[in-house]
Ligand binder design. Structure first.
Ligand code: PLP
Length: 388
């Protein structure tokens, strides 16, 4: 195989020269002769040529992602949705069948139901929490199983080993969205999934200032993804790639600290439940989490996202939400700034209250992404919001 045009695992070792990598914005690069120009245009050689075909800043970031995810390589994209849609469009053809988890990011389900279906791909649903249902769906041929864990916004945890094992046995491949808990919390490729996709807008970026995504896995599956990116132009630009390289060295530290503060906050909120001021807390790191055996097996800690059920249904939740002083009222997650969303108002607004209740999403649910402000400050903010 010729050298891939995306980043492969590369431990950069001691830095030589500038410690912060140069940002190369040039969209095109001069070549020494006609033969080189032809070979680079044909994608036979990596290197600086024309930015849409890949560039040094993106490849440097892809290299560290591949190393971190335990992948042969990584292909970066302009957003998480560009990565997820790119992975699927690169591998599917009309007549193929995709099994899509019910519990999946709304952007992924909109894309699958609207666009994949438009191109003749059959999309059937399964619950990532119901292995029997998945087994029944796999009785008919399927090419891909698409799912994520921990599940948004309930923070339930799907069994990665069982789902990938069942898919493999049925001849289907798995695409796993690792956005909510990237390594070191969860190493999805080591747990058997074929491809991981991720919104790097979240933990990988970590500072709420970059929109990006990637697909990582084995070379044989990444080649078509890189070709798709090249043909559609969904490439990550140099500036966000540079910001991701800036964020990279602190990823493990940030995630560890955010996770530790989320654990502390969740424990503090359990006391609020006991005192009758909150209805429930869901966090994979709590000892009474319904999937604690899976958490122990496939995660290192509970991640940095939790959910609480506020009293008073939607009006009560809105009242408390509008009183938050420290935690931002904003979509997204994974950044060093804590923020919160009301799923009934945002990600799951299209469902009726009954549909939400069936999906385990009460109207009073508040999803919190824990940043680095300190658990005590966040607990105090939630307490004052509830007291109003
Ligand atoms: N996957 C999950 C689980 C997400 O939460 C999001 C965004 O919120 C995405 C994918 C899409 O990522 P992006 O916004 O970077 O396109």
């Amino acid at each position: 195989m010729s050298e891939p045009l995306y980043g492969v695992p590369h431990d950069h070792g001691p830095l030589l020269g500038p410690l912060s990598p140069p940002l190369i914005r040039s969209t095109t690069s001069g070549q020494p002769d006609a033969d080189t120009l032809r070979a680079m245009g044909a994608g036979e050689r990596p290197g600086e040529f024309y930015q849409r075909l890949g560039h040094a800043n993106a490849r440097a970031w892809e290299s560290v992602v591949a190393l971190h995810e335990g992948a042969d390589g990584a292909v970066s994209f302009a957003s998480g949705m560009a990565a997820i849609s790119g992975a699927l469009m690169a591998h599917l053809k009309p007549g193929d069948r995709v099994l899509l988890a019910e519990e999946i990011y709304g952007g992924t389900s909109s894309f699958a139901l609207a666009d994949l279906a438009r191109f003749g791909v059959v999309v059937d649903r399964f619950s990532a929490l119901d292995l029997g249902g998945l087994r029944a769906q796999l009785a008919r041929p399927a090419q891909w199983v698409v799912f994520e864990s921990p599940i948004n916004p309930t923070l339930r945890v799907a069994d990665l080993g069982a789902i990938t094992g069942m898919a493999k046995a049925a001849g289907a491949r798995t695409l796993f969205d690792t956005t909510f808990a990237p390594p070191p919390v969860q190493q999805a490729l080591a747990l058997g999934v074929d491809l991981v996709a991720c919104s790097a807008t979240k933990f990988y970026g970590g500072h709420s200032d970059v929109l990006a995504g990637f697909v990582a896995g084995r070379h044989e599956l990444l080649g078509p993804v890189e070709l798709w990116r090249r043909r559609t132009g969904a490439v990550l630009a140099p500036d966000p790639a540079w910001l991701l390289l800036r964020s990279w060295p602190t990823l493990q530290l940030r995630v560890a600290a955010q996770q530790q503060q989320a654990q502390q906050l969740a424990e503090g909120l359990v006391a609020e439940v006991r005192a009758g001021r909150l209805l429930a807390v869901s966090y994979p790191g709590l000892p009474d989490h319904p999937d604690r055996a899976l958490v122990a097996r496939q995660m290192r800690g509970g991640g940095a996202v939790l959910a609480v059920e506020l009293p008073g249904g939607l009006p009560g939740a809105k009242r408390a939400y509008d009183r938050l002083r420290r935690i931002a009222r904003a979509p997204s997650l994974g950044g060093i700034e804590s923020l919160a969303t009301l799923p009934a108002f945002t990600t799951h607004a299209a469902l009726s209250p009954e549909q939400r209740a069936r999906a385990g999403i009460p109207d009073g649910l508040l999803r919190i992404s824990v940043g680095l402000e300190g658990a005590d400050a966040l607990l105090a903010d939630l307490r004052q919001a509830l007291a109003g």
